[in-house]
Structures are given as structure tokens and as C-alpha cells.
Design a protein. Structure first.
Ligand code: FAD
Length: 159
């Protein structure tokens, strides 16, 4: 199926009992393996027991991947926040940029008057502010993230 419609999908979800902190490594490994062949890039944030993820890529691939992610038992109440056609990706360099720092989200939320991170409450404006902040944010130890074309990501977990 040909698909020229580059799209960005952002969703919120809530962790379940099937999720434990060590699962994030497994999820990022899946991203690193599965997303590049689908030409999917994006970011993932976990805060306050909520996931916030952005997927960018050909619309048909985003749809398929979202359906797989949707039925994952490690989270529930998966809710699309925004799906739009885009010209430029925010996270073109990342098969999945995992943002661990809660500081980025806190700063944006403070600016917009939101008390604590709850992605279900994001309006379109704040959602895009947040995505821009996550795009610009640099973790101190970025090699731990699922960066496109870099092999050092698993150094941290292999030890
Ligand atoms: P399998 O690993 O065999 O998984 C089979 C099914 O079991 C999966 O569909 C999943 O629902 C479930 N599952 C897997 N591991 C566990 C576990 N430890 N506990 C409970 N259920 C489990 N995958 C990507 O490829 N790209 C992404 O961008 C991506 N983002 C994700 C974001 C979140 C918040 C979560 C929770 C998962 C994400 N995943 C992502 C993982 C995705 O849901 C699938 O697990 C993954 O694609 C592998 O699925 P699979 O069917 O190939 O294989």
C-alpha cells in the first residue's frame, strides 16, 4: 500500500499492573527494532503513571503500530489526543526519543497553569508546546535512548 501522508499521532495512556520500571527497556528495544522499517519516529514520556507518546510516519504505518500498541497489556485507557498530517517531523532523528526528565513537562505545565502532569487534560495548544519542549530537550546521557542508527543504546542494560 502506498502512503504519502506523513502524519503525527499523539496519545495518552495509563500504566497497568503489568508494567514495571524494567519494562521501559523492553518497550524501547521494540521501538528500536520495529520503528525504523516502518519509517516511524517519535517520543515517549512516562510521568505520574501516565504514558504520553508521539508517533510520526506514513499514516498507514502509524495506524498499524497504534493498533498494536493500543492492545498492549502494560497500559490501559489509551486515548488519541491528536492525529494530524504534517510536513516536518519533530523527532526525525529518533526511532523513539525517551524523555526521562520530568522537569521539561513541569516547566511547560507551569507556564500553562496545569498543576501536575496528566496528558488526558492536554489541549491542542499545550500538547504542541510539550512536543516542542521534548524535541528540544537533551538528556545528560542521550546514548541511552533509542536513537536512529546508534548502537550504544543497550550499553546501560547489558551491564
Ligand atoms: P510480542 O513482544 O510477542 O508481544 C505480543 C503482545 O504481548 C504485544 O502486542 C503486547 O501487547 C504484549 N506484551 C509484550 N510484552 C508484554 C509484557 N511484558 N507484559 C504484558 N504484555 C506484553 N512497540 C513498537 O514497536 N514501537 C513503539 O513505538 C512502541 N511503543 C510503545 C509504547 C507503549 C506505551 C507501550 C506500552 C508499548 C509500546 N510498544 C511499541 C510495544 C508494543 O505494544 C508491542 O509490545 C511491540 O510492538 C511488540 O509486539 P509484538 O506483537 O511484535 O511481539
Amino acid at each position: 500500500m502506498t502512503d504519502l501522508h506523513l502524519s503525527r499521532l499523539s496519545y495518552a495512556s495509563t500504566i497497568t499492573e503489568a508494567y514495571s520500571p524494567m519494562e521501559i527497556g523492553n518497550i524501547l528495544e521494540d521501538c528500536r527494532t520495529n520503528n525504523p522499517p516502518l519509517d516511524v519516529t517519535g517520543m515517549l514520556f512516562l510521568g505520574n503513571g501516565y504514558f504520553f507518546q508521539c508517533l510520526e510516519g506514513p499514516r498507514s504505518h502509524i495506524n498499524k503500530l497504534y493498533m498494536d500498541i493500543y492492545s498492549d497489556a502494560r497500559h490501559k485507557d489509551v486515548q488519541i489526543l491528536e492525529l494530524k498530517e504534517i510536513n516536518i517531523r519533530y523527532f526525525s532523528e529518533w526511532s523513539m526519543k525517551y524523555v526521562r526528565s520530568t522537569h521539561v513537562a513541569d516547566t511547560v505545565l507551569k507556564e500553562t497553569g496545569m498543576r501536575s502532569f496528566n496528558p488526558y487534560e492536554l489541549d491542542g495548544y499545550t500538547l504542541n508546546l510539550l512536543l516542542e519542549a521534548f524535541r528540544n530537550h537533551q538528556e545528560h546521557d542521550e546514548p541511552h535512548q533509542a536513537e536512529k542508527g546508534k548502537s550504544s543504546f543497550w550499553g546501560m542494560f547489558k551491564k
